[in-house]
Design a protein around this ligand. Structure first.
Ligand code: NAD
Length: 505
């Protein structure tokens, strides 16, 4: 795709697009609103050179880690496999960047769509070099077998590629994850000195980058859900305090925070795929100083994606959700870990906050704080027999016209990691892309996006935002935000769906 426009130019390795952003400033005058439309000029500069990308996963030997690595290798080497349903080809279904499309315009009256990945130059997932850590020493072929996610024939075909991959020893703070994980921990960096741990992880990153001749590395936590650390400004509040707390091996420094710090100190962006409060203020300051991004928290895969879509639809239709009751049962290691109350609490928090902004936006349905307090219940049960095939059962009760009730009962079954793996890939590819984009407002100096990469909120259950920016959870708004950003950077027109060119030529 090539954009021909006076507002877009290619300058050496940079694609520069000029964008007049239209917004509306609202002033409140008593109980009246005065709306003042305004236009702000932005320029977006995208480095079109595609780097050699390395990714280090924390929890590489887990269900997500093995499914992601194996799935990408299956695509890279076009590995086919048989099941009782026939012969299967690898694909990237479930990946926003690889398998979804963006409307770029109209040809006569026909709408034209291209793959998301083709709008701006992006890393090909098959070119990513993977590495990582796990507290369990199993090679990735055996770990994939243990995960029980991927069809047996595909496991066998991937074995020659995966058995050579063995996770690096990791840091293990038993107090932060469930006690039932103890028997897995046979690949652990010894000792209790957290500064030494930080330095070993930093060295691992530097060695991985150098040995594989990489341009950049991104770290992603897909290890067990930890309990929340007891956040304290004196421990976690600034980069300096955080590093001091690591030096004194403070008990409220989690393993995930050590990895986040190591990433920042090695100039790598860090993504938190679990719900716990890894990205404390000190980590954000470290990332800011290093000029890298942090993003979190918790992958938004099946149940929550659906929830933020259904509730957006109901509230958008003027229907009032009054109760959401979510049951999950699952039998994988994630479920086993979540069976401990402290880890479940982290998950409950991220699952519960995901509709708040959608309800708060509609003061017709929810005129008071009290009414916003709907019944939103989260239950998670560990049931080994279900394996990775997670069952999510949700009941939505909404109030309709004249006091009537509308109830939806939703039953969702699938291998959790087959949803998570393509989503993790998107997080990595988009994070890498955003490292190559700069913007300038009203002809100011070009600068990078904010350190907390809330552009990725479509992929996160409890999206972390830069301070002062409200979080958006509504799924279609999150997707539109990502799609429009990519289009604007490429010099394409943002779609407002009026379709005037089709209706009136
Ligand atoms: P998993 O239990 O199969 O894998 C986690 C891996 O992390 C294990 O191999 C474990 O040995 C390892 N580990 C634990 N502590 C570690 C440490 N300190 N350092 C290195 N490795 C460590 O879990 P999973 O199904 O792969 O999920 C991973 C995480 O992603 C969980 O926190 C889960 O809640 C989160 N998540 C998953 C999904 C999904 O759809 N699969 C969605 C949202 C969030």
């Amino acid at each position: 795709m090539k954009v021909q426009s006076t507002t877009t130019q290619q300058d050496n390795h940079f694609l520069i697009s000029d964008y007049d952003y239209k917004s509306t400033n609202i002033e409140k005058n008593g109980d009246k609103y005065i709306a003042k439309p305004q236009i702000t000029n932005f320029k977006f500069k995208t480095d079109t050179r595609i780097p050699k990308l390395g990714v280090m996963l924390v929890g590489w030997g887990g269900n997500n880690g093995t499914t992601l690595t194996g799935g990408i290798l299956a695509n890279k080497f076009n590995v086919t496999w048989n099941s009782r349903r026939g012969t299967h080809q690898p694909n990237f279904y479930g990946s926003l960047t690889q398998s979804s499309v963006i409307k770029i315009g109209t040809c006569n009256t026909e709408e034209v769509f291209v793959p998301f990945k083709d709008v701006l130059p992006m890393v090909n997932p098959c070119d990513i070099v993977f590495g990582g850590w796990d507290i369990n020493s199993m090679n990735l072929a055996d770990a994939m077998n243990r995960a029980q996610v991927v069809e047996y024939d595909l496991q066998q075909k991937l074995r020659p590629y995966l058995e050579k991959l063995v996770p690096l020893p990791s840091i293990y703070y038993p107090d932060f994850i469930a006690a039932n994980q103890g028997d897995r921990a046979d690949n652990v960096i010894p000792g209790n000195n957290k500064l030494e741990h930080l330095n070993i992880i930093r060295k691992n990153i530097a060695d991985f980058k150098q040995q594989n001749n990489l341009d950049k590395v991104i770290l992603l936590w897909t290890a067990n859900t930890e309990r929340f650390c007891v956040e304290d400004p004196n421990i976690h509040g600034t980069a300096e305090k955080l590093l001091k707390s690591i030096e004194s091996s403070h008990p409220e420094i989690s393993a995930s925070t050590i990895f986040a710090c190591a990433a920042c100190l090695e100039g790598c962006s860090f993504i938190n795929g679990s719900p716990q409060n890894t990205i404390v203020p000190g980590v954000i300051e470290l990332a800011e100083k290093a000029g890298v991004f942090v993003a979190g928290d918790d992958f938004k895969t099946g149940q929550t994606k659906f929830k933020t879509c259904l509730v957006e639809y109901l509230v958008g239709a003027g229907i009032k959700p009054k109760a959401i009751i979510s049951y999950n049962h699952l039998g994988n290691n994630d479920g086993k870990n979540l069976s401990q109350e402290s880890c479940f609490k982290s998950k409950e928090r991220s699952k519960k906050t995901c509709v708040d902004d959608i309800l708060e936006s509609n003061k017709v349905l929810y005129p008071t704080e009290e009414e916003l307090n709907i019944d939103h219940t989260i239950v998670i049960k560990y049931c080994p027999e279900t394996g990775d095939s997670k069952k999510a059962m949700d009941e939505y009760i909404a109030e309709i016209f004249l006091g009537g009730r509308q109830t939806f009962a939703v039953y969702n079954v699938c291998e959790d990691s087959l949803l998570a793996a393509p989503l993790i890939m998107d997080l990595l590819l988009l994070c890498e892309l955003f490292e190559r984009i700069q913007f300038s407002k009203d002809s100011s100096e070009f600068q990078r996006f904010d350190t907390v990469l809330s552009w990725l909120s479509y992929l996160m259950k409890a999206p972390k935002s830069e301070s002062g920016i409200t979080t958006i959870n509504a799924l279609s708004r999150q997707r539109a935000m990502l799609e429009n950003l990519v289009k604007v950077c490429a010099g394409l027109t943002v779609d407002d769906n009026l379709r005037l060119e089709v209706r009136y030529g």
